[in-house]
Design a protein around this ligand. Structure first.
Ligand code: CMP
Length: 137
């Protein structure tokens, strides 16, 4: 079975949407293999989002992702990476399809509630960023 890395972002935790987001994810057939709450520091956030370094929104992104705790998850499903991208919707909630996590809960492009890996290769890297092998069931 395939795996992907999701993050319930600081806006999700702050607005107490964690339960609703987890319920949505489970109801769409994903298994949760690992889950933890972490408060990223700036160096960690910059490392996680290194691919966006130099972009106009990079500093804002780092400020937001370090503004409070977030919840990384390892999810399992057939074709987990594209399947999860489908249920979260477009990065910009205004463009997200109906009945997606971002359409339902996201406030803006930045405060967009949830992250999902965008490729199989990145999923492996992102899972290893947050979790050791022993932490994944
Ligand atoms: P995410 O899927 O976590 O990957 C990178 C994040 O950068 C993205 O979600 C958005 O939260 C953020 N992002 C992407 N584009 C913009 C933008 N134009 N302005 C602000 N934030 C952005």
């Amino acid at each position: 079975m395939d795996k992907t890395l999701a993050i319930l972002k600081p806006d999700c935790v702050e607005r107490k949407l964690t339960g609703k987001a987890l319920d949505f994810i489970l109801s769409r057939g994903f298994n949760i293999l690992a889950l933890k709450m972490v408060h990223l520091n700036p160096a960690e956030a910059r490392r996680f989002y290194a691919v966006h370094r130099g972009k106009s929104f990079f500093d804002e992104l780092i400020n937001f992702m370090t503004s409070g705790p977030c919840i990384p998850l390892v999810l399992e499903k057939e074709n987990a990476v594209p399947a999860f991208r489908e249920i979260i919707g477009a990065t910009d909630p205004a463009k997200a399809a109906e009945d997606t996590l971002r359409k339902l809960y996201a406030e803006s492009v930045q405060r967009n509630t949830v992250h999902g890996s965008d490729s199989e290769e990145n999923a492996q890297k992102e899972i290893a960023f947050f979790f050791s092998l022993m932490e994944i069931t």
